[in-house]
Design a protein around this ligand. Structure first.
Ligand code: ADP
Ligand code: MG
Length: 622
């Protein structure tokens, strides 16, 4: 009977260290927890000091509500929080923290000192924790203004296994820096200072209005982003989406400029990420990534943040609604980037610099990601390079090159005839103006009210053909064709069941998919446009998406990709001589085409040189 059993309750210190394993990965995670606490305490100003990448010291000082001596002692107890009291509170969280485990976890793997003074107290109090389990917690009086300072020294000094995983000082600081920038974007109203080894790295005053907010954003992401971004401000019942989306001309090679905040919390959410990717897909090259800074606000009870200890993930109760809202607002905003809308009308006002290349408002032409060429902006593109891009030198400007479907372009005017009338402004002048001439078979020059319009005729026509093909598809539906030999696709039993249950959906998309065994599907019919593509992978992707959020855009995506390729081949090549009426027809067609700002590959299709910019080129004062 002396056996007390093998199962033991763990000592609190060890419990805290286990929790620390989940939420405290590196110095940056400590900074995140501390700054979030400061924000929850309604701080207006947060100062962060880092030494040796955070390995030696992390100090966060705020001017928030502060804590009295009793709260100081309790704050480092496990599951002690002032932010929620009941399950009810848990289901509508408005604060960043609520689990009450950050301070005890951090205290269990470092040496921690807290000094704090609450608003109504005579003086501040200090509490030192050394990480020893039997320590008595006894705050002592200490001077401090209203607010809190928390100092963490020697992170992981007592957990060598963790310490080993810390990287070089520079690397750890890079993580801290990135994190502080993300937090600073979440709360532009809070002033933020960051120092590393006593050197100031960031100094952001609090931003009250939109101009100051944009200034902060420019500081954090660089000027370029804002110059190539659209501002978004959308509301729907219970949902709001504000922020900036980078234009396709600002697409990036990595997904490293995607900031999404849900109720002020930075999240990496698969559902939201996917909705945004889809929204950009029409205007981006396959391997390019959108840039955005977006703030989604939603009633707290509509989103569950208690999904993961680090709270990076959220779950939306009405996920379909959120998905559609994100997708449609961003998609529509991008579709509006076209010349016949007021906000995209070239402005006559100067933007200051007159040297070159600055285009009409919010839609600068350069530098554009011209693939396979070192060329700079559209305006500086040397003709030789343009030729290299579009065709061989010597391809006559007199006649269309053989095999390039010469009928295509001249077909434009009659298609234009059955469309809506081109948008005209009050004076009756079309936004893209009237054609003047063609330059080296590559550019169309036109004159509009503000000055000179330059159109890359191939890029523009490519977009027109693509949009037309898409419209046709919407009108006539997906044409599909039985396969001579059905394609076998091996899947998991769960996926096979899913495919069986959603056969109707596959059929709608022009695919016939049968279950042929517990983990086997047979594809018997595919859309005509997709014959010859990797059907197996397509089916798997579709199932993966159906699994994730109940619907799939994969087939549509694949069809659009094929259409884009067709658009590219079907459109007019450079070096075709066009008559003035043909050029005018192109301009009018552009004015009524969605997404006309960019070709299918994200390159700009047109740009504006305003009169004052031209004047600037000739040092003509105004
Ligand atoms: P949580 O943030 O989940 O509540 P923490 O362990 O991070 O848990 O903090 C515990 C408690 O300590 C908080 O609920 C809060 O009351 C208090 N606290 C922590 N940091 C601060 C601060 N900078 N200012 C005021 N109170 C703080
Ligand atoms: Mg906290």
């Amino acid at each position: 009977m002396e056996n007390r059993g093998r199962i033991r309750q763990l000592p609190p210190q060890l419990v805290n260290q286990i929790a620390a394993g989940e939420i405290i990965e590196r110095p940056a995670s400590v900074v995140k927890e501390l700054v979030e606490n400061s924000l929850d305490a309604r701080a207006r100003q947060v100062e962060i000091d880092i030494e040796a990448g955070g390995k030696r010291l992390i100090r966060v000082r705020d001017d928030g509500e502060g804590m009295g001596p009793l709260d100081l002692t309790i704050s480092v107890q496990r599951h002690a929080t002032s932010k929620i009291h009941s399950l009810d509170d848990l289901e509508r969280i408005a604060s960043l923290g609520f689990r009450g485990e950050a301070l005890p976890s951090i205290a269990s793997v470092s040496r921690l000192r807290m000094t704090s003074r609450s608003g109504d107290a005579e003086h501040g109090w200090r509490l030192d924790l050394t990480g020893t389990p039997e320590q008595v917690l006894e705050p002592v009086p200490a001077p401090h203004p209203t607010g809190t300072t928390i100092e963490i020294r020697d992170l992981f000094y007592n957990t060598p296994a963790r310490r080993k995983f810390l990287r070089a000082e520079r690397t750890e600081f890079r993580h801290v820096n990135e994190l502080v920038r993300r937090l600073a974007m979440a709360r532009p109203d809070v002033a933020v200072t960051l120092r590393h080894n006593q050197k100031e790295v960031l100094q952001l005053p609090s931003a009250a209005d939109m101009t100051q907010q944009e200034r902060r954003l420019a500081e954090l992401l660089g000027r370029g982003f804002l110059e190539h971004a659209l501002r978004l401000d959308a509301e729907a019942t219970g949902l709001s989406l504000r922020g900036w989306i980078g234009l396709p001309t600002y697409a990036r090679g990595q997904a490293d400029m995607q900031y999404l905040y849900v109720n002020g919390r930075m999240v990496r959410d698969r559902l939201a990420g996917h909705a945004l990717r889809r929204a950009f897909e029409d205007v981006l090259f396959k391997d390019r990534h959108a840039a955005y800074v977006l703030y989604l606000d939603i009633a707290p009870e509509e989103v569950d943040v208690n999904v993961h200890p680090t709270k990076h993930e959220v779950r939306f109760r009405e996920s379909r609604l959120v998905y559609d809202f994100l997708f449609s607002r961003v998609h529509d905003a991008l579709a509006e980037v076209r010349p016949d809308r007021e906000e995209w009308r070239p402005t006559v006002h100067s933007h200051g610099s007159t040297s070159h290349g600055r285009a009409h408002h919010g839609h600068p032409p350069a530098p554009s990601p011209r693939p396979a060429s070192g060329a700079q902006g559209g305006l500086q593109l040397p003709v030789a390079e343009a030729r290299a891009l579009y065709g061989r030198e010597g391809e006559g400007t007199e006649a269309p090159p053989a095999g390039h479907a010469p009928g295509r372009f001249t077909a434009l005017p009659d298609v234009a005839g059955d469309g809506p009338q081109p948008a005209e402004d009050a004076t009756g002048a079309p936004p893209l103006g009237h054609a003047l001439a063609q330059l080296h078979g590559v550019y169309v020059l036109a004159q509009n009210e503000s000055g000179l319009v330059l159109v890359d005729m191939h890029a523009a026509h490519e977009r027109i053909v693509y949009e037309r093909l898409k419209a046709q598809l919407r009108r006539d539906g997906v044409q599909s064709q039985p396969l001579l030999v059905p394609i076998k696709v091996m899947v998991t039993p769960a996926e096979a069941e899913l495919a069986e249950a959603r056969q109707d959906l596959f059929r709608q998309l022009g695919m016939e998919v049968d279950r042929a065994g517990p983990d086997m599907l047979l594809v018997r019919q595919v859309p005509v446009l997709l014959q010859g593509t990797d059907v197996e992978r397509l089916v798997r992707d579709v199932l993966g998406e159906l699994n994730l959020h109940g619907k799939s855009g994969r087939i549509e995506e694949a069809v659009n990709h094929v259409l884009a390729t067709m658009g590219c081949h079907g459109s007019v090549r450079a070096h075709r001589r066009l008559t003035v009426p043909e050029m005018d027809a192109l301009l009018r067609e552009m004015e009524r085409t969605p997404h006309i700002g960019q070709c299918n590959h994200g390159r700009p299709t047109w740009t504006q040189l305003a009169m004052d910019e031209l004047d600037g080129l000739f040092l003509r004062g105004q």
